[in-house]
Design a protein around this ligand. Sequence first.
Ligand SMILES: Cc1cc2nc3c(=O)[nH]c(=O)nc-3n(C[C@H](O)[C@H](O)[C@H](O)COP(=O)(O)OP(=O)(O)OC[C@H]3O[C@@H](n4cnc5c(N)ncnc54)[C@H](O)[C@@H]3O)c2cc1C
Length: 500
Amino acid sequence: MIIGPDHARGGRIDCDVVVVGSGAGGAAAAWQLSRAGKSVICLEAGGHYTEDDFSQDFGVAARQLYEDDGQRVMMGNLYVPLPGGRCLGGSTVVNSGICFRIPPTRFSEWQESNELAFEHADLLPHTHTTEQMIGVAPSRTDVWGGNNQFAMDGMTKLGWSGGPMPRNAPGCIGCGACNNGCPSGGKMSTAKTFIPKSEQYGATYYTFARADGFIRTGDRIEGVTVSLMDPATEQPAGRMEVRAKAVVLSCGAVRTPEILQRNGLGNAHVGQHLHVHAATGVIGITDRDIEGWKGIPQGFYSDEFHVNDKMLIESFWATPEVYWLSFPFGFEGTAKMMDYRRMVAVGGTISDTGEGTVKASAKMGKVKISWSLNEEDKGRLIRLQQRVCELMLAGGATELHTGIYGIPPITSMDDVRTWLVPDQIRPKQMMAVYASHPQGTCRMAGSPEVGAVDCDGRVYGTEGLYVMDASIFPDVLGVNPQVTIMSLSLMLSEKLARTL
Ligand SMILES: Cc1cc2nc3c(=O)[nH]c(=O)nc-3n(C[C@H](O)[C@H](O)[C@H](O)COP(=O)(O)OP(=O)(O)OC[C@H]3O[C@@H](n4cnc5c(N)ncnc54)[C@H](O)[C@@H]3O)c2cc1C
């Protein structure tokens, strides 16, 4: 059952487990726990929106579906947008549907550095369940569109590895609106999968229900206190408390440390070790019509440089205003927008090495996210752009725009060598850096000296309080994270169910 703000009553509810957050981690945990026969209440700060509500207008989508109306940023030696979902289904409703497994070598590194007490083989069955549940398969080329085909052609000429992106969108019609909420219902967010399937086992979801505090006796956490939010004013309009044998926090890697800090729970690692996949892109102009808005925005990838240089090349597509705003074209750039039909866009992500922090502000609901682009990460992002330029020139682009302020349009590999020189570029010149996968802010480790949660996801220093979301990644993952978050959450919640 999904209970919206009109029907939520204050007072007290009792259940076996209360899950806070309904995104990748929370919905997977709610399904696993309810399937095991536990009574589950899941609280979601955002609203419940479906295909009937999703809008092609990003202004509307941002307000309905995103944290801070899509304006969330990290602050450091540059400002980096860090969007995240806030709605039933969390970020899985607005994501691009890309689905990679954790590379086994990455798991081994995590296991060694953070003394994880489980094996990759323990996680794998949960990855299979996840992939089946959300329908992972290579992107269908009948809905690829010109931009993905352009990137694929460039990669093929260079002989690099890659191909159609694995995605969880079996019903994709290639309309290009993934980040506004999939209007065709073809993308299998948790709102289409784990959530309705857990409702069948009796799980109840409250929307516009923001958990603020904890009910506790000493170190034992016995439930949460909840503000019932007024959707119009986004201010608390009522109160509720949910008492449970266990509390699972799945608010994402920004909000989970925030609620812990606000309530003085957890150790010094809470809110530290923020990692992201820093991303950037190159916009090209070709001599032919591409019409990149038709087709899957992110349907192609190349992992040629993933192992040796921790970068993943991915196609992307964005609306005209995003291009126009992201690139320092001035009047000349405005004129360039006339070439939108012939534009192509390829970018990618890197695994960062710098660590940021998340800190709850004095004002309720506000957080300060700090992250800076260090020299190593800046160098890697610029090398990513060098590779992307190479691919795009091979694909037939005649002019490339890097989003780096002060660098002229690139038309050849000589230009790439002349202009894309890490030592000569300052972070603030990099106008098109973006990140969307915060992780690691309550990292998992075999001891409280190293991490914030133990290998069962339990918050060190507490009883009955668990974290199951992107916060628990021991370190940066290196590939798009939703499958790994869901897999870990299924594994940890299965274990939790056995203890209740
Ligand atoms: C634009 C975009 C594109 C992306 N594309 C991809 C992709 O293609 N592939 C991929 O693998 N990953 C992608 N991601 C990332 C991926 O979706 C997230 O990493 C993943 O969903 C995070 O899971 P989570 O459980 O940690 O948090 P989320 O899925 O973000 O869920 C957290 C939920 O908790 C709720 N919440 C927070 N605080 C409270 C509170 N106090 N009380 C109640 N509820 C609360 C939030 O409203 C939110 O709904 C993308 C993300 C974005 C934003």
